[in-house]
Each structure stands twice: as C-alpha cells, then as structure tokens.
Write a protein that binds this ligand. Structure first.
Ligand SMILES: *Cc1c(COP(=O)(O)O)cnc(C)c1O
Length: 483
C-alpha cells in the first residue's frame, strides 16, 4: 500500500458497519433445533455449552479458533503441498513468509498454539536453570494476562503465575485505548521480589484475549522489552491476533495512523525474542501454529525446542502439519493483514457491542475478536462461585441456540499449589465472532436474543460442579443447577 492508499483507507471509515469486503461462494447450512431439543442437549452436556454437539448449535460463538472462513488463495495453496518428511518446499515457504513478515529467522511449525507452548515453556525453564541457577519453587512467569493454555503449560511445569493487567482493564465502564497493556510497576515489583533469575520468560499476549480482545500499545511492548533486556529475561510474544493488534495501533496510537498493518507488524515483533502463535485465529487456518525465534541470540533454546519437537509434534520441518497445511498457513499470514478485512472484522464486533449496549447490556469496550458481556452485572443474584458466565451462556443457548463460553472464575481456575479459586477480576461471557463466517443479520439475531434473556434474568440459576477436572477445567466440567 502506498501513502495515498493508506490515507484513504484510514479516512474511509465513514460507515459504522462496513459491508462484507468479500463474496460468499461456498456455504454451510445450519439448523435451528427446537427449544425442547435444546434443553435436552444442554442437560446431556452437563450444562456445559463446550460439550454440546455442533449439530445442536444454531450460531456458534464459542471461539474464533479454526472456525473462520478460509480464502480462495489459501485453499488453492493447499494443492501445492510438499509432504517430504524433512526440509519440504512447503516448510521453506512458511519459513520465508515468517521471515518476510515478522523478521524472525528460526521457525518451527506446530500443530497449533499449544504445540508451540509445549516446546518453549519447558525449554526456557531449563535454559534459565542452566544459565542462572534458578530455585524451582520461586519460579515465576509474568504476562499482561495469560491465555488459559499458556497458563496451564506454565503451571504444569511448576511456575507461579503473575498476571499484570493495568488498573481498570476489567472495568467495563472505563474506556482506554490499550487495555491490554502490561502494568510496568507490577513488572518491576515482581522482578524485584522474586529476582530476575527466577523468571524464565515474560509473555506479551497480543491482543489480550482474557481482558476482552484488548490491544497492547507499541509503547508498552517497547517498554516491557527494555525492562526485560535489562534483566536478561526473554520476551515471548503470544500472537494469535497479531494483525488485530496492529490494526488497533494504527487506529489509536499517535504516530502510526499512516503506517500500514505490515509495517506495524514488523515493528511490534522487534520487541520480543521469540513468538508463539496459534495460527487458527488471525492467520485463519483450521489447524496450525508457529514457534519462531528472532535471531541467533537464543539459538541454544531454538535447538532444544527442535529436539523436543521431534518427540512431541513431529520432525521440526513439519511439526504435525501436512505440506498443504503449511502452504495454506504461509498465505494466511499475509491475508490476515488486509486493511479492509480488519476494518470489517473489528467493525462487526463494534456493531454487536453497540447493539447490546443499546438494550442495556453492559459490555467490555469493543475489542478484536469478540463481544464480552459483563455477566456478573447482568446476573447480580448469582455469586462468582456459581459462575454467572456459565449461567448466562446456558440461558442464551436455551433461548436462541447461540453457543458462547464463560470467561471468568471457571476459566481462571484454582491456584495449582493451594487449590484455592483464583480471584477473578470480572465474570464475563464471550460472544466470539469467527472470521467472515456470520453476517450482520446474525449479529442482529444475537442482540434480539439478549433482549429476551434480559426480560427473564431474575429466574436464571447459577451452577455447581458435578465433575471438576484437575486442569483446564472449563473444557470438560459438568454442572447441575443450584436451587
Ligand atoms: C488460541 C490461543 C492460544 C492457544 O492456541 P491453540 O491453537 O488453541 O492451541 C494461545 N494463546 C492465545 C492468545 C490464543 O488466543
């Protein structure tokens, strides 16, 4: 994009809801089963929407992970897959796309984001121990807010978790341009109190899913990286939604309004040593992930990750992906950064949030990939330990066949050492929007469903566990209503 095109792209934001910048040419039929059938389906799923069968769901807002549309170019690229076990052409294509876009040199494909996590988490911990002699019980990792699988991988490897969101990040009444920023004071105090040698890595999650798809500013990424370098702590960019983050920087951060998404992306990634990507989000692939290192500074770590990859994911030039999937991903990384698509996508989320607010449903300010409804506020009669987010998700499904997940106490879980519930800053419900999959009328339908839910909030019941899994409990938990 040249300068003129960029200016006109930025200035063309005249519609609240930009129309779809694509044509739909392959369609997947969906069915809406009856309310009685929905009640049966939810009961059989232990009142956990995550356990519903897809055939019983009308509009699926569970996640935007691997559920979005793929583009013609991505689909076409799959035919060029080279499935050589080692050093395939498809791997080289992915590796050079990563270098071109992010300026990162050492790449390992993985089957999805957590595939990358299971490589770098234990390896960085070992590296810290070897080089700085860390005391295992003090081992602590810090993030603006850990994504659930990143938290789980850190915990099963024995780390204490410190989430360091900025003040008011979870206050759904407060507006801020970059609610995803990491709190620098908290970072400094944590480093001072546990000692830098006990911190194997810092994770910058862009955008920050748990806070509500909220972006991180370039300034914050830069400052965190400077502090981390001073203490020789590696920074991992957890970047499932890198393009959405870049878009928010372009729209909101002074000095970036005429920068392209590509330019902003390249700059953001200078403020990290490695990145871990779930490619199922912005990169739009149904399956795939990437672990990549910026340069040779952490070459030893990279090599150990490669070795671990052989054991866990597959040979490090395919990492659990077939050739075609790597080709598709290489294209998806570029497609993710299209200005007009990002504009449309973020516009769709904004449309939904504004519609919900219009009928008096309190939401987190619009973020990248989802509307986050304040379930705690909507259901004040349900205490956090009865999971208002779950109660609301269940009601929304019963009323309208819409599937959504809780983002609150259930998701956050327990302290893995004391077994106590971790204090949760907000009880939210996430209405996640898969990319280019649902239209404006689906958004209107969701808003209508909330209107009906709202009429009856007093009768919605909280839930209690009948089965609580030991880790990542929200996935397989089963519940009963509290009377
Ligand atoms: C989805 C996601 C992950 C985990 O990736 P999977 O592909 O689901 O394994 C990690 N971090 C963030 C921020 C994510 O959104």
């Amino acid at each position: 994009m040249n300068r003129e095109q960029r200016i006109s792209a930025v200035k063309s934001r005249i519609t609240i809801h930009p129309p779809e910048p694509f044509r739909i040419r392959v369609i997947e039929p969906i069915d809406r089963i009856s309310p009685l059938e929905r009640e049966r389906a939810l009961n059989e799923s232990g009142l956990n929407t995550l356990l519903l069968d897809s055939k019983d769901v009308y509009i699926d807002c569970l996640t935007d992970s691997g559920t979005g549309a793929v583009t013609q170019s991505m689909q076409a690229a799959m035919l060029k897959g080279d499935d050589a076990y080692s050093g395939s052409k498809s791997f080289r294509k992915l590796e050079s796309a990563v270098e071109d876009i992010f300026d990162y040199k050492l790449t390992i494909p993985t089957h999805q984001g957590r595939g990358a996590e299971q490589l770098y988490v234990p390896t960085l911990i070992d590296f810290r121990e070897k080089n700085y002699g860390l005391e295992r019980s003090k081992m602590t990792v810090i993030s603006n807010f850990f994504f659930d699988t990143t938290q789980a991988h850190s915990q099963i490897n024995g780390c204490n978790i410190v989430n360091a969101p900025i003040d008011d990040a979870f206050d759904t009444n407060k507006l801020a341009c970059f609610k995803g920023d990491l709190d620098l004071d908290m970072l400094q105090t944590t480093i001072e109190s546990v000692g830098a040698e006990h911190i194997p890595y810092i994770v910058m999650t862009i955008t920050c899913n748990s806070i509500g798809g909220q972006p991180v500013s370039m300034a914050n990424m830069q400052q965190v990286y400077a502090i981390a370098r001073e203490h020789e702590i590696p920074v991992v960019i957890d970047c499932a939604r890198f393009a959405e983050n870049a878009y928010f920087i372009q729209q909101r951060e002074l000095g970036y309004e005429y920068h392209s998404i590509e330019e902003i992306t390249k700059e953001m990634f200078q403020y990290g040593d490695l990145f871990s990507m779930s490619a199922k989000k912005d990169a739009m692939v149904p399956i795939g992930g990437i672990l990549s290192f910026r340069n040779h500074e952490y070459f030893d770590v990279f090599r150990d990750c490669q070795n671990l990859c052989v054991v866990l994911e597959g040979f490090p030039t395919y990492g659990g992906l077939e050739g075609g999937a790597m080709e598709r991903l290489a294209v998806g990384l570029y497609e993710a950064m299209r200005q007009e698509w990002l504009e449309y996508r973020i516009g769709q989320v904004r449309y939904l949030v504004e519609g919900l607010r219009g009928i008096g449903v309190e939401c987190q300010q619009p973020g990248g990939h989802a509307a986050f409804v304040n379930a705690g506020k909507l259901l004040p009669h349900i205490p956090p330990e009865q999971f208002p987010g779950v109660a609301l998700a269940n009601e929304l499904y019963l009323v309208a066949g819409i599937r959504t997940p809780e983002i609150g106490s259930l998701l956050l879980g327990r302290d893995h050492k004391t077994g106590e519930q971790l204090p949760c800053p907000a009880e939210l419900l996430r209405i996640t929007i898969p990319r280019a999959t649902y239209t404006q009328s689906h958004m209107d339908y969701i808003i209508e469903a909330f209107r009906i839910v709202k009429e009856n909030v007093g009768s919605i019941k909280g839930v209690r566990f009948t089965y609580e899994p030991p880790v990542l409990r929200h996935f397989n938990a089963r519940f009963a209503y509290v009377d």
